[in-house]
Design a protein around this ligand. Structure first.
Ligand SMILES: [Zn+2]
Ligand SMILES: [Zn+2]
Length: 237
């Protein structure tokens, strides 16, 4: 009833502003799928149009242009790159963003070794990739990660990679899980520093203790929820 009165009597512009109030204090997430590994790159933005890029996987020039165009069209101001881990498919676009926007790049300190192996893995997979980025800061698990006025919780979720971290935003009910948990699957554990038991333990300890309705935004494939994976994920029965 209240809404009805509002919409009947307020001028259009004022209505728009009132509606907008409901969304002004939430981070929103957009995503792209990039490179031969079909990796998901997430762009988190706030109402001040500040944005953070998670796991930029742009390899081809047109993939890089797609991100630049998105940022320009939404008039976003990139603040930093934050990575869940340092596998090749998640770091292809880091250096390009650092150069273009002059922004820092952070990840968990235990990914430093993985980052050092990136040039070798690129050669092995046949990629022409020499822009191996250097982190400008480290993200500590257990400490809140400040994105403008908002905070993400950071969980250390090793097993797929030793310094894998997951970003949890309780206010918006979502989690960026990197390659730890996928819809109906889990990250591979046969790469250097990977361990199956560690991965399962990470998921049970840090992810399956979150509310069932939490949306899981994975490093590959579609989004899912914690509740759905608890019920149906064959690796976690
Ligand atoms: Zn990975
Ligand atoms: Zn990946």
């Amino acid at each position: 009833m209240f809404e009805l009165i509002l919409s009947s009597f307020l001028p259009l512009l004022l209505q728009y502003k009132l509606l907008n109030l409901y969304h002004t204090d939430m981070l929103n997430v957009n995503f792209f799928t990039f490179n031969a590994f079909e990796e998901n790159t997430y762009i988190i933005a706030n109402e001040k149009k500040e944005c953070w890029i998670v796991d930029p996987g742009m390899y081809q020039q047109d993939e890089k242009e797609a991100v630049y165009e998105f940022i320009a069209s939404k008039q976003l101001q990139p603040k930093a790159i934050i990575n869940t881990h340092a596998h090749l498919d998640h770091i292809f676009g880091v250096q390009a963003l650092m150069n273009k926007y002059n922004i820092p790049f952070s990840l968990h300190e235990q990914e430093t070794e993985v980052l050092k192996m990136a040039a070798g893995s690129a050669m092995m997979f046949g990629f022409d990739f020499k822009d191996i980025p250097k982190p400008t800061a480290y993200i500590n698990a257990g400490e809140p990660l400040q994105l403008g006025d908002d905070t993400l919780q950071v969980f250390h979720t090793p097993g797929h990679s030793p310094g894998s971290i997951s970003f949890y935003y309780p206010k918006g009910n979502w989690l960026i899980s990197g390659d730890v948990l996928f819809s109906g699957s889990i990250g591979r554990t046969d790469l250097p520093g990977g361990n199956f038991d560690t991965l399962i333990k990470s998921i049970r300890t840090h992810l399956f203790t979150l509310p069932g309705e939490t949306t899981v935004l994975s490093g590959h494939g579609p989004a899912t929820t914690i509740g759905e994976e608890k019920k149906h994920n064959p690796f976690l029965k």
